[in-house]
Design a protein around this ligand. Structure first.
Ligand SMILES: [Mg+2]
Length: 241
């Protein structure tokens, strides 16, 4: 059976070293507010806003406005959203790094004629530019542009629409909830990319179809796929705690 592979982006194909957090702190500094590395509550607030934005609970504009209002107590934010975007784009070459094996894996999929695409939560065109920064050459589906975010079935349906209709879709991601559970509920085979050795798989999330510790471990899984397009080697299942 023909297999197509969807990828999560952040912490699966690449890391961006807290690019948007860095950009918000830089934006605050331009507004005269210095946020130090020890300001744990402020940084937690930034990360929460960014997470809610990526999940589609807040627009980018609302996230920036909420942050600026908390530091400045005024409402002139429209121009600063554009400034935030500029800072983010400028940080891409310094922050975005492909994870080991990402480029080799994509080359290997291309060589084998296996269709692939990225489905990522975040805003456009930041996510597209981050993927291009690691020279990703496939289709890039971004929640902000789609109007739907992982883990919704609609988001994975948009990924499926990017592939041949008869393909079995494997989805590779690091997040048990949004990537593994989301893709399984949408009928995909879920491959958990176990990014951090020692971090166990959560017991309240259904186990994935297979686990990889290195991106290139996907290749033998594809080679061993059964006639229904399911991952062939299941011995490396996560230790449930
Ligand atoms: Mg991720």
């Amino acid at each position: 059976m023909k297999i197509a592979v969807g990828f999560d982006f952040d912490h699966t194909l690449a890391i961006d070293n807290k690019l948007e957090r860095t950009a918000l702190i830089a934006l605050a500094k331009e507004q005269g507010v210095v946020i130090g590395a020890t300001e744990v509550a402020r940084i937690a607030q930034i990360d929460t806003l960014l997470q809610e934005m990526r999940m589609g609970k807040l627009s980018l504009e609302a996230a920036i406005a909420g942050f600026l209002h908390s530091i400045r107590k005024d409402n002139r934010t429209a121009a600063l959203v554009e400034r935030f975007k500029e800072i983010c784009y400028a940080l891409i070459p310094h922050h975005v790094v492909a994870l080991p094996g990402a480029n080799q894996l994509i080359d290997e999929l291309d060589r084998r004629g296996i269709p692939h695409a990225i489905l990522t939560n975040g805003w456009s065109p930041l996510q597209e530019r981050k993927a291009q920064a690691i020279r990703y050459d496939g289709e890039i589906l971004v929640s902000d542009a789609l109007g739907v975010a992982k883990p919704s079935r609609e988001a994975f349906a948009r990924l499926a629409a990017a592939f041949p209709g008869d393909a079995k879709i494997w989805y590779v991601g690091d997040n048990p909830a949004s990537d593994v559970r989301g893709s399984m509920q949408a009928g995909c085979e879920a491959i958990w990319y176990h990014e951090h050795a020692g971090v166990p798989y959560p017991s309240h999330v259904p186990p994935p179809s297979a686990v990889i510790d290195q991106l290139l471990d996907l290749v033998p899984l594809l080679e061993g796929a059964d006639a229904d397009g399911k991952p062939g080697c299941l011995e490396a299942m996560p230790k449930i705690v």
